[in-house]
Design a protein around this ligand. Structure first.
Ligand code: FAD
Length: 279
């Protein structure tokens, strides 16, 4: 069982628990992106197994009226086993999403996986005419060029600051530089696309900027935040009419995900402890 301290960030161990979480979030106007916890598989079997599970989840979401979709990690679908394994598995998942009318996101991992992830996304987004979205990381120096390439690709783009420690030669490592790159990339997206823009950030400055850019360029967007982070703000934005999607991981492999959230920001542990202590 997931202890209360971690359940702030994880939507349960089973699909049933995750669906209960989706139902509660939907009641507050917040849509949910489900992520089955699992990454960095070095053998084919677990990668194929997680792809099978996503196919089932997509079928189950499609059979409900829940406002939910999924997000997968390349290394969960086998990118460390082989590019072809990843391509085949992502294709299978996107095909199931297409069949059941449920959107599929692909997360972005470290810079060694960027090219294959981009190529695979572009192929699938064109083949399935949308129905699939890709995360891009503003901290990578290459991202502006990648956005040039992605601008006419159907589907959605989630802009994040980037969660991986990358070398200086590849990425901006100073926080101010990353924020500047994020602002520029966001403006580029709003200028060039009129839909399919996802702001993957908890940063109030970036969320305000997105609202301004949306008004200026008359383009639709959504805000995406993690489960357990600024949930009051998620509900407030949803009540204001902003499309909000909460990224909610679930599954048995919750321990390392929980510690990552705590390492990233020690306030997360304090929030979780307060929630447990009821203060
Ligand atoms: P930061 O730059 O960390 O913080 C800026 C401000 O935001 C803070 O000053 C504070 O005001 C507010 N804030 C931030 N965190 C908190 C908090 N815990 N509590 C209260 N206020 C807070 N990264 C990837 O590399 N690949 C991915 O596929 C990916 N997918 C993501 C999907 C979603 C939906 C989200 C939200 C993030 C994803 N990330 C991904 C992580 C992302 O790259 C950042 O590491 C992470 O979001 C932190 O950056 P930030 O913009 O939220 O805010």
């Amino acid at each position: 069982m997931i202890p209360p301290i971690a359940s702030r960030f994880v939507a349960g161990e089973t699909p049933a628990a995750a669906f209960d979480h989706v139902r509660r979030a939907n009641e507050d106007g917040v849509n949910v992106i489900l992520n089955l916890l699992g990454e960095h598989y070095h053998e084919r079997a677990p990668a194929d197994g997680d792809a099978d599970t996503y196919v089932e989840i997509l079928r189950d979401i499609g059979a409900t009226d829940l406002d939910a979709c999924v997000s997968v990690k390349p290394s969960q679908l086998g990118i460390d086993v082989g590019d072809d394994v990843f391509r085949e598995n992502l294709r299978r998942v996107v095909e199931a999403g297409d069949e059941h009318g449920v959107f599929v996101w692909c997360d972005m991992e470290d810079h060694e996986t960027t090219d294959v992830t981009l190529d695979t996304f572009e192929d699938l987004a064109r083949e399935f005419e949308g129905g699939v979205g890709l995360c891009v990381q503003a901290n990578l120096r290459r991202t502006r060029e990648d956005l040039d390439r992605l601008v006419d690709v159907p589907g959605k783009i989630r802009l994040v600051k980037g969660a991986y420690d990358e070398p200086e030669s590849i990425a901006y490592t100073d926080k101010a530089d990353v924020n500047e790159a994020y602002r520029e990339d966001l403006e580029f997206l709003f200028k060039e696309r009129d839909a399919g823009i996802a702001v993957g950030s908890h940063d109030p400055k970036m969320i305000s900027l997105a609202a301004e850019l949306s008004a200026e360029y008359d383009a639709d967007y959504e805000v995406q935040m993690l489960m357990g982070v600024r949930e009051d703000e998620q509900r407030r934005l949803a009540a204001e009419g902003v499309e909000v999607w909460q990224y909610a991981p679930y599954g048995g492999k919750w321990v390392s995900y929980f510690y990552r959230r705590v390492r990233e920001r020690k306030e997360n542990l304090l929030f979780a402890l307060r929630a447990v202590a009821g203060v």
